[in-house]
Ligand binder design. Structure first.
Ligand code: ADP
Length: 540
């Protein structure tokens, strides 16, 4: 017998429609390129998103066509986002931090027909437009002026000016493609993850729950994580879904610019990768500043260093939600959870649980398997290959790249190694390809890096595997010192002694001015391996 409830398609246009109706005057504040702030409301943003739809329709764009953006977080990006998705076209976020050749490669792979870009990115497109499939270029700029270019770009404001605000939205199947985001390519060629309306709506409903990101109407949400990084970790949907105020930081991701928004706009919830918070912490420390309004910060994308967690929770009184996820999971996979009996206890007792990546919210299933593919029992302390299933998990890549990515029972292998405790809480040990295998045993590069990151002179650290004739592989540690500090290998060895197993001690320490970061702000281990593993390293 079937239930007798209505068929109400889960399409994302309903998210912004609801915001415009029930939170019509909630502000959306954007940092413009010139540093000033622009203010709008959900009601106005909704109308302009409809104008974007009308402008796209006038270009012949419709169901399934790819509309790309090369844009930081701003109200205009959000308008383009909903204006595209509302008519059943696919919003493809290109990552401006990639090399221009890679951007062109991805735009071709995706067959993007329209590209909406921020004015500062015009020089990128200028280099590669003759290799792009794009038919129309639209430029978002503070003053409405399009920088010189030879690809016929028009101004965003001119493009939408005078258009009606009644373009039709929705009316298609909830499984219609909605967004396209390529994985950042730290592991092989970028692959397109194709979200559906249904998966985005359900994922946003999961993201707003208390144990996930906990977003409500009273919040002011600032996604520092870019919209081109897996939907700003759901916040581009979750904040409007609840009618929360939004603050969009644009290009200003330095400590001073972010602090000005956290403080001036009274931000209560934010999210970003760990490296970004390290920058903000330096700024706060130098100016002896506090964060009185900020309540919760989601940190993920890479393992959370203990000192960031400690500083935020004990010095700034901000609750940290250490989260794990990936583009293929929309992206939320797990969020840390403190056992009930420790909830009111001392921070140090909570610490090990907060450093774990945590438990999956409803709609995500997890398990680990050993090298032979046999499922492991939780709570035995064994690390294995982390696999997932869920309502917002990919079942294939755009264009069929990578073939069939699920096993016969529908599990997706994340490429991560993890240990799951008896309560189902995940602790990531490594990426399968980053783990260092010494004498047949695994050394967790994450744990090794985190141990060293507690050293006050170390700004960033990356452990990579060096081929070794005796052990197979041995760890090499690449170290970026704090400005003005000059740690040496002996001092770091002494510091690690007792903090890690003896056989984990890196064989070599290499000091660099800056550890290379990938396009989403994570350490680019592939670049490090290319630099140090193929050449003889300059060690000490
Ligand atoms: P890419 O795989 O292209 O780098 P993603 O941004 O989707 O792109 O990255 C997902 C990966 O990031 C995960 O598979 C995992 O290896 C890593 N990751 C994400 N969150 C965490 C975390 N909290 N701790 C450690 N690693 C993490």
């Amino acid at each position: 017998m079937l239930g007798l409830m209505q068929d109400w398609p889960l399409t994302v246009d309903r998210i912004i429609e609801r915001a415009a109706r029930f939170a019509e005057d909630s502000e959306v504040v954007s940092r413009r390129c010139d540093g000033t702030l622009a203010r709008t409301t959900y009601a106005a943003l909704h109308d302009r998103a409809r104008q974007v739809s009308a402008a796209l329709r006038a270009m012949g764009i419709g169901n399934g066509d790819r509309v790309a953006t090369l844009s930081m977080n701003s109200a205009e990006h959000l308008e383009a986002w909903y204006g595209t998705m509302g008519i059943g076209a696919v919003l493809h976020t290109l990552n401006p931090r990639l090399h221009p050749d890679q951007i062109a490669w991805i735009a071709n792979h995706a067959s993007d027909r329209v590209l909406i870009l921020d004015a500062p990115f015009v020089p990128i497109v200028q280099q590669v437009h003759d290799r792009m499939p794009v038919e129309h270029y639209i430029v978002i700029s503070d003053d409405g002026i399009v920088p010189d270019n030879s690809f016929g770009a028009i101004a965003y404001e001119d493009w939408i000016a005078g258009r009606g605000t009644d373009a039709a939205w929705g009316g298609f199947d909830e499984n219609t493609a909605c967004g396209l985001c390529y994985t950042s390519g730290t592991t092989g060629n970028p692959k397109g993850v194709l979200y559906s309306h249904r998966s985005n709506v359900l994922h946003a409903m999961m993201a707003v729950t208390k144990d996930a990101l906990g977003v409500g109407y009273q919040d002011t949400v600032m996604p520092v994580v870019p919209m081109f990084h897996a939907n700003a970790w759901a916040l581009a949907f979750a904040a409007p879904m609840m009618g929360a105020r939004m603050v969009l930081p644009g290009f200003g991701l330095d400590g001073a610019s972010l602090y000005a928004l956290f403080d001036g706009e009274r931000v209560t919830i934010s999210a970003a990768v760990p490296t970004l918070w390290l920058g903000l912490m330096d700024y706060l420390k130098a100016g002896n500043l506090k964060l009185p309004h900020l309540q919760f910060v989601a940190i993920g994308g890479a393992a959370l260093p203990e000192r960031v967690l400690r500083a935020f929770e004990t010095e700034y009184d901000v609750r940290i939600g250490h989260a794990w996820g990936m583009t293929e999971m929309s992206p939320i996979g797990t969020v840390c959870r403190v056992p009930r009996e420790l909830a009111d206890g001392p921070f140090d007792d909570q610490l090990p649980h907060k450093l774990r990546q945590g438990v999956p919210p409803f709609s995500v299933e997890i398990r680990t398997v050993d090298d032979k593919g046999d499922e492991q029992v939780w709570g035995e302390g064994k690390s294995g290959h982390l696999q997932v299933r869920g309502v917002a998990v990919s079942k294939g890549y755009f264009g069929g790249e990578g073939g069939d990515i699920l096993d016969s029972e529908g599990w997706f292998d994340t490429g991560d190694l993890a240990e799951i405790d008896k309560h189902g809480s995940v602790k990531l040990t490594d990426r399968a390809k980053d783990v260092i295998k010494s004498g047949g045993e695994w050394i967790s590069s994450i744990d090794l890096e985190n141990a060293l990151l507690s050293h006050p002179d170390v700004a960033n650290a990356a452990a990579i595997a060096m081929p070794d004739p005796k052990w197979g592989e041995r760890p090499m540690m690449i170290v970026q010192a704090e400005p003005g500090a000059s740690p040496d290998a002996d001092g770091l060895r002494a510091f690690l002694d007792g903090r890690i197993a003896k056989w984990w001690m890196p064989d070599e320490f290499v000091f660099v001015d800056a550890i290379p970061l990938g396009a989403t702000g994570k350490v680019n281990k592939r670049a490090l391996r290319e630099l140090y593993v193929t050449q003889a390293p300059a060690s000490n």
